[in-house]
Design a protein around this ligand. Structure first.
Ligand SMILES: Cc1cc2nc3c(=O)[nH]c(=O)nc-3n(C[C@H](O)[C@H](O)[C@H](O)COP(=O)(O)OP(=O)(O)OC[C@H]3O[C@@H](n4cnc5c(N)ncnc54)[C@H](O)[C@@H]3O)c2cc1C
Length: 546
């Protein structure tokens, strides 16, 4: 039998493990052909096969594709089981089938209470999701042009949120027109999402995609902690707070991962000697937070903060308000943009702010330019050199020694298809029909000007804090980063209502904390963001007990 995924994706439970699971569920029987759950279900159960079999199928093609057949001793499920996300597969009984059925809330208890089963189930879910993503099979098809900003937006949003999808490029594959014709879609109505080979959504907004696929569900209850931002700092705070029994909601305006999620390889994060991609780190942390019961909703952007200690209210996109007893601001920083006139026209159509597999695919075997002299630019250049023909790094300074880590400088020097251009700035972007074609440059020392015939520009020139939405409701430093703890002045604490002073990471408002890149004077690194996100939880516990 062919199966999508390695053997480890289909472990067989021991008798003892089956007995342990039995106490969380109930035994049931299904007739041949019965559907156990459907693609698109946002709540679906976990099944252990006792007798018979369960086919796992997907509407990825005209006829359903079988992903696997679970035999006795095997179990169903993947990462979506721990969240409110829509199932990307469906399950059907083969012959008379007897199972143990466990609801998602009970499965949550299994993974928290039984470490042996938790390890096995979560590892299996992760392996299955990785294999499914690699197979490119999905009930979600994105059909659109590689030169369309909306195609880029949809693909980026799905990737950031770990949603498997298939991309059919209308510029590369004539056969795609036949699919469009079949569903009555004109080429100029693309991009579309074709869901389950049945439902067509024309150029859907990210919010609509999220609602359809169950990414942005919020409940009405009062939270112990609202974490704003699901980068490394926010995800760490979510994992620690949820694992310690606090009721946690985490929101992000885009999707989990933050800046780290745009990194192709993080090499200096403890415990990953060969490096880990930012996306993988985010996916693992996302699942870990879900495992402990944190609710992560995306895209949900914090818009405004109403300060009414001891209960705070945060207004979020989608016209919702979240009530919470404490807040962790982990909104990080947003990449800077080049001060060039027609920049926005080419964003996603030649200009990129992240270098992940998705962007690499778009400029495979072409020349690319990377602007910036920091570590993020260096990482991007090294990563892109494996996919692109030639990589040009442009920096305005005389060399990289003051801005980039030594190991990356060495790697750049050793990579034959990377060329460094010092004292160089971009003067103009030249395009055609909204696509970037050329990049005009100037040497700031000699005044010499030239044009690169290169349609791919990666921009890594630093970042500014995401704090505008706070509208000065809490104290910020002169650059807009959030001030915390001992850095707060008497004047900034004029309205402080408590006798005690603000603790570490606490802002000028009690029980509102800031961690990671958004915090004034923080070290802008993944490890420190994760560290701060983890440490802050003990202060929240103490403050909530006051
Ligand atoms: C390309 C690149 C490579 C890097 N490589 C490394 C590396 O190798 N090693 C290393 O240590 N560091 C690296 N860094 C730095 C590291 O990624 C950051 O220090 C880290 O991501 C900071 O984490 P954070 O959670 O504080 O903030 P961020 O990662 O910035 O996350 C903030 C999150 O908040 C969300 N958000 C913003 N505003 C709102 C709002 N109003 N409402 C809701 N959500 C909001 C954003 O969408 C984002 O997801 C790299 C950075 C980049 C850009």
């Amino acid at each position: 039998m062919t199966r999508i995924g390695p053997d480890e994706a289909f472990p067989i439970l021991t008798e003892a493990q089956i007995e342990a699971l039995r106490s969380y569920g109930s035994e049931e029987e299904f007739a041949d052909g019965a559907i156990l759950f459907e693609e698109g279900d946002k709540v679906f159960d976990f099944f252990v096969v006792l007798e018979g079999a369960i086919d796992i199928l997907q509407h990825a093609d005209e006829t359903p594709v079988r992903i696997t057949r679970h035999m006795p001793g095997e179990f169903t499920g993947d990462t979506d089981m721990l969240s409110t996300r829509a199932a990307v597969i469906y399950a059907q009984a083969v012959g008379k089938t007897r199972v143990i059925r466990i609801t998602p809330d009970k499965l949550q208890r299994v993974v928290v209470e039984n470490s042996e089963l938790s390890d096995l189930i979560l590892r299996t879910f992760l392996i299955r999701r990785t294999a499914l993503s690699a197979s490119k099979l999905s009930p979600v098809k994105v059909i659109g042009s590689r030169f369309s900003q909306d195609t880029f937006r949809i693909k980026e949003f799905l990737s950031k949120n770990g949603q498997p999808y298939m991309w059919l490029d209308i510029d590369a594959d004539e056969g795609v027109y036949l699919i469009l014709e079949k569903f009555g879609v004109k080429p100029d109505e693309t991009p579309i999402i074709l869901y389950r080979n049945r439902d067509v959504f024309k150029n859907p907004a990210n919010e609509a995609i999220a609602t359809g696929l169950g990414f942005n569900v919020l409940d009405e209850e009062v939270n112990d902690v609202l974490v704003i931002g699901a980068g490394p700092a926010g995800l760490a705070a979510s994992v620690y707070a949820a694992s310690e029994g606090l009721k946690v909601t985490t929101i992000d305006s885009e999707g989990p991962g933050g800046q780290a999620g745009t990194s192709s390889k993080i090499e200096n994060y403890l415990g990953f000697p060969t490096g880990i991609s930012g996306r993988e780190l985010a996916e693992r942390a996302y699942m870990q937070a879900q495992k402990f019961g944190a609710n992560i909703a995306t895209p949900r952007e914090a818009k405004a903060l109403a300060c009414r200690y001891p209960l705070y209210e945060v207004e979020v996109s989608g016209d919702r308000k979240i009530i919470t007893r404490s807040i962790v601001i982990a909104t990080g920083a947003k990449y800077r943009k080049l001060p060039l006139e027609n920049l926005t026209e080419y964003e996603g159509r030649g200009i990129y702010y992240g270098a992940t597999a998705m962007e690499a695919q778009l400029c495979s075997q072409q020349d690319v330019i990377v602007v910036g002299g920091g570590n993020s630019a260096g990482q991007a250049a090294v990563f892109l050199s494996k996919h692109a023909r030639q990589v040009h790094i442009l920096i305005r300074s005389k060399d990289l020694s003051h801005s980039m880590s030594r190991y990356l400088i060495r790697r750049i020097e050793e990579t034959p298809n990377i060329e460094l251009h010092c004292h160089t700035e971009i003067t103009e972007l030249i395009g055609e029909e909204g696509k970037l074609k050329q990049v005009a440059c100037r040497n700031r020392q000699t005044g010499e000007s030239w044009i690169f015939d290169i349609p791919n520009l990666f921009v890594f020139i630093g970042a500014d804090p995401n704090t505008k939405w706070l509208d000065n409701a809490i104290a910020l430093d002169e650059k807009g980063f959030v001030k915390t703890g001992r850095d707060l002045t008497e004047e900034e604490l004029q309205d402080w209502p408590l006798e005690r002073e603000p603790t570490l990471f606490e802002t000028s408002r009690p029980r509102i904390y800031a961690v990671g890149d958004v915090r004034s004077k923080s070290t802008k690194r993944v490890a420190s963001a994760v560290g701060e996100g983890s440490i802050v939880v003990q202060f929240i516990h103490r403050a909530l007990a006051e």
